[in-house]
Design a protein around this ligand. Structure first.
Ligand code: AMP
Ligand code: MG
Length: 349
């Protein structure tokens, strides 16, 4: 398949390009597009065939439901039923933005889109290109992240092209994703709201609106023995090809430990990589060293994380050591992604 690659100005999206992208979706095709979280791989959310095409393009298991993206509040009532007040309260505060809400689906949403579930995940993104595109596409765009299954979510157009060129109809190339982590997912179909995936909208932020929100316990402890409630969380997530370890402790101990390890690995002829705060980078000895921003600046860390992991693979690093980041607002979301990438290998020194 020939993929049309179109560059789009995020501030003044060319209406002709947007229209063309919308037409592709309306005629059953697939378009990758920028959002504030990560790039999405979009198809018509109300078409079972389009959902099947998305799974095929990604190489993703079809029991892993897709998020339906809308571009205005009025669109919600066509795809969801029994919408609780909590949805409107959260929407007023966090939409448009990086929050996905799970609700009961209407008959208009095919089970192919929801992975067989009677619930639907809905997000109203804030990115201007995404919003124009969703409108042009008819108002309902199902979209997972625009990476091949098994790769990190793409945070820039270049990675989308790498993974999707030749597999989909069109790629809208905008800026790098502002946030760089996937949306927070909150389930509003149970008695109390539950976070199924941590993201840019934090537990504390949600609690300001709904004090009884909790975090899915399967997310907090890897060994809880419980299946996570978001079906996608059960799959082995992206892990770099190199063996990755997250190291926790005081800065001094962490630096000493990692340098001992990389020295040992180098002696065995292995390529080494370190993921650390900008301040500490000089103190490491490794083949590839990538800075994640100032200590405690979790927004910069989140913004760079997926890019950093892809970079380690590109550099063919065999042993990767990451400092445990120094907290910050996005700590839950970052640790969730980081520990998945490390296969939950966390060393305390
Ligand atoms: P992605 O599209 O890659 O951001 O992944 C979407 C995530 O949302 C996956 O982890 C899905 O399992 C989750 N998800 C989507 N729809 C639902 C739903 N109806 N119930 C629970 N989780 C969902
Ligand atoms: Mg994904």
């Amino acid at each position: 398949m020939d993929t049309l690659i179109a560059t789009i100005d995020p501030n003044y999206p060319d209406p002709e390009i947007i229209q063309r992208a919308g037409d592709v979706i309306r005629s059953g095709g697939l378009v990758a597009f920028p959002t504030e979280t990560v790039y999405g791989l979009g198809g018509d959310a109300l078409s079972a065939d389009s959902a099947a095409a998305i799974y095929a393009a990604k190489g993703r298991p079809s029991d892993n439901p897709l998020i339906v993206h809308i571009a205005d509040m009025a669109s919600l009532e066509r795809i969801a039923v029994d919408i609780p007040d909590a949805v409107y309260l959260l929407a007023r505060r966090f939409w448009p933005g990086p929050l996905t809400m799970i609700m009961h689906k209407s008959d208009e949403v095919p089970h192919a889109t929801t992975g067989g579930l009677d619930t639907v995940a809905v997000r109203f993104p804030s990115d201007p290109v995404a919003r124009e595109f969703i409108r042009a596409a008819g108002g309902y765009v199902a979209a997972p992240s625009a990476n091949l299954s098994g790769k990190p979510s793409p945070t820039s157009a270049g990675y989308v092209i790498q993974d999707m060129d030749g597999r989909i109809d069109m790629i809208l190339c905008g800026d790098d994703s502002r946030i760089g982590l996937e949306s927070t997912i909150v389930d509003l179909t149970e008695a109390a709201p539950v976070i199924l995936r941590p993201g840019y909208v934090t537990l504390d932020m949600l609690r300001e609106i709904l004090p009884d929100v909790t975090m899915d316990t399967a997310l907090i402890r890897d060994d809880s023995g419980q299946a996570p409630k978001a079906p996608g969380m059960k799959y082995r997530h992206y892990a770099p090809r190199g063996e990755m370890t997250v190291v926790d402790g005081t800065a001094r101990d962490v630096i000493t430990y990692i340098n001992e390890r990389t020295q040992h690995d180098s002696k065995e002829g292995r390529r080494t990589g370190v993921i650390a705060s900008d301040e500490h980078l000089d103190r490491y000895r490794a083949d590839v060293k990538l800075g994640m921003g100032a200590d405690g600046d979790s927004e910069t860390y989140a913004h760079r994380l997926f890019d950093t992991l892809r970079h380690m693979d590109d550099e063919e690093v065999e042993r990767i050591y990451a400092e445990r980041p120094a907290g910050g607002m996005l700590d839950d979301a970052i640790m969730n992604r980081l520990l998945k990438a490390a296969g939950h290998t966390l060393v305390s020194v």
